[in-house]
Design a protein around this ligand. Structure first.
Ligand SMILES: [Zn+2]
Length: 202
């Protein structure tokens, strides 16, 4: 039988499983006969397990922190993506009103149609939205159309959308200008240009 102090000196290596099968066998045999060493072995094993648990908890805390950080990063990334999409939509699809200095317009007559041709000169794409202008309700409660609002917008030319036109033509019958209050309003960033029966042909 090996002596207690040898068993106790080799105990850490025994717990870590670093001893030869022969020595392990001798120590096991010693445990069977020696309560003091058995108790010491039980104590040491438990404390090593505890320290393992402690490390695991630290690791878990660390992993939790990493996960929170990652979540924050994902949320931030998503917000940035939304912003970029909004900006792209703005530049490529909605655009901003055209300034007078960036637009050349000419008017002409083709048959009984009055035409206004617009051309953007700053290299951007021209997107023109038109909407009717409604007058006061008549006796039937119907609002008559008394004109047309033309809103030229400039866009960054897009490789995806077909919006790389720089010119736009709008037409209206000359008869329309004979209606009371009829007008065509060209709405630009720095003011309206209004065509009425008094000035449409001038
Ligand atoms: Zn012993």
């Amino acid at each position: 039988m090996i002596k207690c102090h040898i068993v106790q000196d080799t105990m850490p290596n025994y717990i870590d499983g670093l001893l030869s099968a022969e020595t392990e066998h001798d120590i096991l045999q010693h445990f069977e006969e020696c309560e003091a060493c058995r108790t010491l072995h039980a104590k040491l094993s438990t404390s090593i397990d505890n320290s393992d648990l402690h490390i695991n908890k630290k690791e878990i805390d660390f992993l939790k922190k990493v996960r929170i950080k990652t979540t924050k990063k994902v949320v931030t990334g998503f917000t940035v993506l939304l912003l970029i999409f909004a900006l792209l939509t703005y530049f490529f699809a909605i655009g901003s009103p055209v300034r007078k200095t960036d637009l050349i317009y000419t008017t002409s007559f083709v048959g009984d149609t009055w035409r206004i041709n617009m051309e953007l000169t700053n290299g951007k794409a021209l997107l023109v939205k038109t909407e009717p202008i409604y007058g006061e309700k008549d006796s039937n409660g119907v609002k008559p159309i008394v004109g047309e609002l033309i809103k030229p917008h400039e866009l960054v030319p897009s490789p995806i959308l077909e919006s790389d036109n720089t010119s736009f033509m709008f037409g209206s019958t000359i008869d329309s200008f004979n209606k009371p209050d009829y007008k065509i309003i060209l709405r630009l960033a720095d003011g309206d240009i209004v065509f009425t029966s008094d000035n449409y042909d001038k």
